[in-house]
Design a protein around this ligand. Structure first.
Ligand SMILES: [Zn+2]
Ligand SMILES: [Zn+2]
Length: 345
């Protein structure tokens, strides 16, 4: 049996074509995909030599759909269930998983090695079912909206970990979809002032929709000076670098007030080394954190929040497009015209 998929053959060479339909795996199920989000990391993988020549490959990890076929060993779900599947599959046995920190699992599965969600169907393995990565989509929530549970999860985890709270001034460096999630969530957690920096004016203007009080184009003004000006020279309580540059990571440091918290949230190019003034960090009592992923519990809480009326999830969903137009969707996102594109197979 054949199905349609968006298959990557080389960087920027993605073809919508027929491939073999997966079969229902032992201990797992076969998902008929109804919607799949296009993530910044998907775009990075699809436009660079992410698999070192090992193609063809199907990416995509923000998938939701209907269970079409299910192995008899799985009892908590059934055929016809509408589900969201988080891509992670921590082992649930190592010391980190047992302590609740599944985001630090010592032997997690690698969803990037499996066929992804830019297709009509995806096989959901036993490891994902066992890792509690499958969630029922609440009644009244459409498939497109349900894809937004995944991108919110790491943002939610980060702000819970550093406790963004009432009265905070928070700087978000990077006005992409993740940066906009950060801004909105910070406001919702009680931040009084949210400042957003980027180098793209279009993105900055769009960001105003998501709880941002001040925008700074760091190409045309010095973001550190402007943040200092906006905070009576005190600096921000928290600064989160949500873009792929080490320059922004450095800016983070100088924007903070004494005792402030800086987060390196966005990954930078592999092997890239940053030089930082450690004495400045030392004498100003700064806390610098790295952030990646979310625990199973945080994923669940983020999904519940994204699906509830407490968070304006729908506002982030700027484009719904057919999966066959994935190349156009990538361009729209890269140009800063779309916040979040959801693809429908
Ligand atoms: Zn994602
Ligand atoms: Zn583990």
């Amino acid at each position: 049996m054949k199905m349609k998929a968006a298959v990557m053959y080389a960087p920027n060479d993605i073809r919508y074509e027929d491939i073999e339909k997966p079969i229902c795996p032992e201990g797992g199920f076969l998902l008929r995909i109804k919607a799949v989000g296009l993530c910044g990391s998907d775009i990075r993988n699809l436009t660079t030599d992410s698999r070192k020549g090992d193609y063809p490959h199907v990416y995509g990890h923000e998938q939701v759909g209907v269970i079409e076929d299910i192995h008899s060993a799985v009892t908590e779900f059934k055929k016809g269930d509408r589900v969201y599947v988080h891509p992670g599959d921590p082992c649930m046995r190592c010391e980190f998983c047992l302590s609740g920190h599944t985001e630090n699992c010592l032997s997690p599965g690698n969803y990037l090695a499996r066929q992804g969600g830019f297709a009509d169907y995806i096989a959901i393995p036993k490891s994902q079912v066992n890792a509690r990565s499958v969630y029922m989509i609440p009644d009244g929530i459409d498939f497109e909206l349900a894809t937004l549970g995944e991108p919110l999860s790491s943002v939610y985890a980060c702000q819970e970990n550093i406790d963004v709270t009432i009265g905070d001034t928070v700087v978000i460096l990077g006005a992409g979809p993740i940066g906009c999630f950060h801004a909105q969530l910070a406001k919702q957690r009680g931040a009084f002032t949210v400042i957003m920096t980027d180098i793209n004016d279009k993105r900055l203007e769009l960001a105003r929709e998501y709880g941002v009080d001040h925008i700074i184009n760091s190409n045309t003004e010095n973001p550190v000076e402007t943040v200092r000006k906006l905070t009576h020279n005190l600096g921000a309580d928290k600064a989160i670098s949500a873009n792929p540059t080490t320059e922004a990571q450095n800016q983070c440091i100088y924007m903070l007030k004494k005792g402030g918290i800086g987060v390196f949230f966005g990954g930078v190019a592999k092997g890239k080394i940053a030089e930082i003034d450690t004495n400045y960090v030392h004498y100003n009592n700064l806390w610098l954190y790295g952030h990646y992923g979310a625990s199973v519990t945080q994923c669940k809480k983020a999904f519940d929040l994204a699906m509830s009326s407490r968070f304006p999830t729908r506002k982030f969903l700027t484009h719904i497009m057919p999966l066959s137009e994935i190349n156009e969707a990538i361009q729209l996102t890269q140009k800063g015209e779309a916040i979040k594109v959801v693809l429908v197979p």
